[in-house]
Design a protein around this ligand. Sequence first.
Ligand code: GUN
Length: 292
Amino acid sequence: MIVIDGKKVAAELKSVIREQTIRRESQGLKQPHLAAVLVGHDGGSETYVASKVKDCEEVGFLSTLIRFDDDVKESELLEAIDKLNNDPSVDGFIVQLPLPRHINENKVLEAIDPSKDVDGFHPVNVGKMVLGLPCFLSATPSGILQLIEYYNIETSGRHCVIIGRSNIVGTPLSILLSRKSKPGNCTVTLCHSNTIGLKELCLQADIIVAALGKPGFLTADMVKEGAAVIDVGTTRVPSTLTKSGFMLRGDVDFDNVAPKCSFISPVPGGVGLMTRLVLLQNTLKAAGNKKK
Ligand code: GUN
């Protein structure tokens, strides 16, 4: 059984980005600049955005954080997006999700210029992804594909069961893994927590991706010997063991599932770090050949 080391892979790929950023300077190319819009004070979102800003510093990108209170008007948020769309110093930006209930998330995401949509959430980028055209791939699916590639996990002709059909993970990953490509070429079954016969489907799977946000949901009796298991869950649960008072728990009952697996990704230390890395890759791509 091999434990997928997202920390190692992300660190390697991050140093490639750092080198490319240094090279840009001598080539007269613009320093990549990522902006993040954060609404409110949700603990999880604060942590994610702080890590994104820190990642930028570490690879030599510029970063800008734009904050709004929970009660921000939708129109104010749309105005900020319009400014970012038209600011030539900003190559790419994200609006951290979730947004407060009074804000229409789709309307906000659709307001982002697709050429700056480094999250890959805009319908134009999603549509291009479906058609296999060049686009910004959303971070978690892209990070999972890169881990599969790095560890040479065979996908061609294999049955992959994905549990969780979110717009940002399960649904796009089901398309990417079923495409005739490498990695890809899988037969994919896209499930959710209420799928009838979920256990039986999982027992047929060569690859299982758990992305439903229910800690410890995938148990050992659902996993075939030799399967590869990718855990996308990152639920914050209270903990007396950490300074923050929280810890991250994955969707997989790791201790009992791991002994049956060929490969397994842990939480933390698996997919999450790759998600952060892809945002940097996408920002570098957005900066492209823009001159200083
Ligand atoms: N909330 C949870 N994951 C993400 C992400 O990848 N991007 C954004 N914008 N918000 C998120």
